[in-house]
Ligand binder design. Structure first.
Ligand code: IVH
Length: 693
């Protein structure tokens, strides 16, 4: 179990990095297949151990934070991602899950359409005029690319007969033929060529100079919508038909299906056609057709319950494994990386692949079961490389017939290659970890890099490279040092100025950027601390719950693992499990960690967390407990609806509970509510409260 948690933590980190490289920097570090493989692994573990699912799970995440170069646009309706299905069974499960959630047994219709491999764009029309275009960004806030969208031929500038407010969403992409022409032109001009049509589309749309976008052959398929002042239709296919009638290009391969079998059949048909299409697709998207049902199904974190992307299988290639390197991560995890003789896998040159951990190298999975028929992986092996999305490749297989005669099993190091400390593997942990903590330079540097990373302190002029240089010089060894840098080295700026590549101006800018970040939102600070298992969304959860640094810090300082009021409160937060809670408490109990946190906090002005729900409802901020049987909606739907209205859902009744919804068969919780004088209602009362018939 710990092993699974560790792997999830490790995956979270790798996926986040790859995600940023792909979405924000348009410079993928992993192939699609690699990325999908990691994501799939992540999801497989989550499905097996639902209680270990991290609040920052990549399963729930969308894109990357928007770049600062463009104006920011807050999406009126979040732009979400899709959950993935990788085989036919997952499609059957998708249908079954929906039926269970809705307690529905009659026919269900779905639309099935190609998943376009481009980048999503939201177009806002007011009174029929295109007034704004925004990229997805992190799903909540995107980049304002209105000027650029005006230059795309497929995007109507004016709509006739559209609702007063209409946000049309779809994919910007580049056709293969246009992509080839563009690259040829780039070569002629000595400009840079693009690795694939998706990168070309992203690079062309995200141009600060719209005339460059205008010169690039971008296209657009409409497949969804955001805010609308009047419904487009009652069904998904009806709405898409309406978008077509309004002048948008919609995908001709969209089909209505009435069973998982029909969906899979359409998937096969599209897969057959894939090579003949003039644009890249990476799967087929299924959506519940009835929009009223879509509304009822709603969303879980970042993905809708009513849709899923059925991805095409990964791509494979064989090559020589030339070496195995060990990287030491922020939390001390020793991660083996395979160095490969460069090989093209699905159009991308791959030179590195993850080997996960020592068991994986030895031919065992995290449960100790055999993988690759028990074959280990050795330096010199002829290996099969696998990639499934735009992500980290992995080694799927090794060919024993091609193994060099003198090869030896890989001996996984038991000491940290960076600091020499013992590297131990805790009971049940898949990962061997350096015990050096803050004395390990690799861990210290990785933590600093994390601290200054985009979603943490995001200090302009202090990126991963600079942090490394400052660390090497001994100027910044822990986060607090950043905020004393000016006092220690700033007078006259002499020394900073003398650093290679630095002028007085850059030093001034850096100090100004640091000053700015002395004021920091609570959730960013919590995330920045780099505590194991506490990712970005956990930072949000904790910040939302505790509200202020003093409340959070006080509770963590007093908490003890497995007991007491603070512990109970911590694990009662929806999304915080025992693994994360333990990690938090243990960190705050560690004297060195504690000192580092206190020193840091002294330099900061931490902003309290704003409440997320701007629209106040009767339930905003209330704590609700559901007990007994609900007949009209499942527990999951009730919980999702309550949270959507700004309430917290708790599993136990206490004096802090505001409302108990009790169905038939409710036992002790109902009695407790009566004893405590907590407001008690039945399911009909609940339905009336949330305004559903
Ligand atoms: S529907 C609420 N339909 O895939 C979900 N998305 O992984 C709305 N995509 O962000 C998305 N083709 O960029 C939808 N036919 C299609 C799509 C599609 C490509 C992209 C889109 C989305 C991502 C989700």
């Amino acid at each position: 179990m710990d092993e699974a948690a560790a792997e999830l933590a490790d995956l979270a980190q790798r996926l986040a990095q790859a995600n940023d490289a792909y979405h924000r920097d348009d410079a993928p570090t992993l192939t699609d297949a690699e990325f999908d493989a990691l994501k799939r692994r992540n999801q497989a573990i989550e499905i097996r151990f639902p209680e270990l699912k991290r609040p920052d799970s990549a399963t729930d995440q969308v894109g990357a934070a928007p770049s600062d170069a463009f104006g920011k646009v807050r999406h009126a309706v979040a732009m979400l991602s899709l959950a993935n299905a990788f085989d036919d069974d997952a499609v059957v499960d998708f249908d079954a899950r929906i039926r269970k959630y809705l307690t529905h047994s009659g026919p269900l219709n779905f639309t099935a359409e190609p998943k376009i491999d481009g980048l999503s764009l939201s177009l806002r029309y007011e009174h029929g005029q295109l007034v704004q275009a925004a990229t997805r960004g992190d799903g909540e806030t995107g980049e304002n690319v209105t000027e650029n969208a005006h230059t795309i031929a497929d995007i109507p500038q004016v709509l006739k007969g559209a609702p007063e407010v209409l946000e049309v969403r779809g994919e910007v992409y580049m056709a293969h033929s246009d992509f080839d022409d563009l690259n040829a032109r780039q070569v002629e001009r000595g400009g840079k060529t693009f690795a694939n049509p998706r990168n070309a589309a992203a690079g062309s749309l995200r141009q600060l100079d719209a005339s460059i976008t205008a010169s690039r052959p971008l296209r657009f398929f409409a497949y969804a919508w955001g805010e609308v002042s009047a419904p487009l239709a009652d069904t998904q296919h009806g709405a898409i038909g309406r978008l077509g009638a309004l002048g948008f290009v919609t995908n001709p391969l969209t089909q209505l299906c009435s069973s998982p079998e029909e969906m899979v059949a359409h998937y096969r048909a599209i897969e057959q056609m894939r090579a003949t299409l003039d644009y890249d697709i990476d799967g087929v998207v299924y959506k519940i057709d009835d929009l009223a049902l879509q509304r009822r199904l709603g969303f879980r974190s970042a993905t809708p319950r009513w849709a899923i992307a059925h991805k095409f299988p990964a791509e494979l290639a064989w090559t020589r494994l030339t070496d195995i390197d060990i990287q030491v991560g922020r939390t001390g995890a020793l991660s083996p990386v395979a160095r490969l003789h460069p090989v093209t896998v699905g159009g991308v040159v791959v030179q590195n692949a993850t080997l996960h951990n020592e068991d994986y190298i030895a031919g065992r999975d995290s449960k100790g079961a055999t993988i690759r028929d028990g074959k280990d992986v050795r330096i010199g092996d002829w290996v099969q490389v696998y990639r499934a999305g735009d992500v980290i490749p992995k080694i799927a297989d090794t060919d024993l017939a091609q193994r060099p005669k003198d090869s030896e099993p890989y001996a996984f190091p038991h000491t940290c290659p960076q600091c020499g400390s013992e590297a131990i593997r805790a009971e049940g942990d898949a990962v061997r970890r350096c015990t050096g903590g803050l004395i390990c330079p690799a861990q210290a540097v990785e933590r600093l890099k994390h601290f200054v990373s985009r979603n943490a302190f995001d200090i302009e002029g202090l990126g991963a490279k600079q942090v490394e240089a400052f660390y090497t010089d001994g100027w910044i060894t822990r986060p607090a040092d950043i905020f004393t840098l000016k006092d220690r080295y700033g007078s006259g700026l002499q020394q900073v100025k003398n650093r290679e590549g630095w002028g007085a101006k850059s030093a001034d800018n850096l100090f100004a950027a640091i000053e700015q970040r002395r004021t920091i939102p609570l959730h960013r600070l919590i995330f920045a601390l780099g505590i194991r298992h506490v990712g970005e969304s956990s930072g949000q959860l904790l910040a939302r719950h505790y509200g202020s640094w003093s409340a959070f810090e006080g509770a963590m300082a007093r908490a003890e693992v497995g007991q007491g009021h603070e512990w109970e409160e911590l694990i009662s937060i929806d999304g915080v499990g025992a693994v994360m809670a333990t990690s938090l408490v243990v960190t705050f109990q560690n004297a060195a960690e504690r000192a580092a946190i206190d020193d840091l906090a002294r330099h900061l002005d931490v902003q309290d967390m704003q409440q997320r729900h701007v629209v106040e409802t009767e339930l905003t901020g209330k704590t609700i407990v559901f007990t007994g049987t609900l007949v009209k909606m499942t527990r999951a739907e009730a919980k999702a609806r309550a949270e959507g209205l700004g309430a917290k859902v708790s599993g136990s009744v206490s004096a802090k509970t505001d409302l108990v919804v009790a169905g038939p068969g409710a036992g002790s919780k109902e009695k407790q509510a009566q004893a405590l004088g907590v407001r008690l209602i039945d399911e009909d009362g609940w339905i009336a409260m949330i305004g559903d018939a």
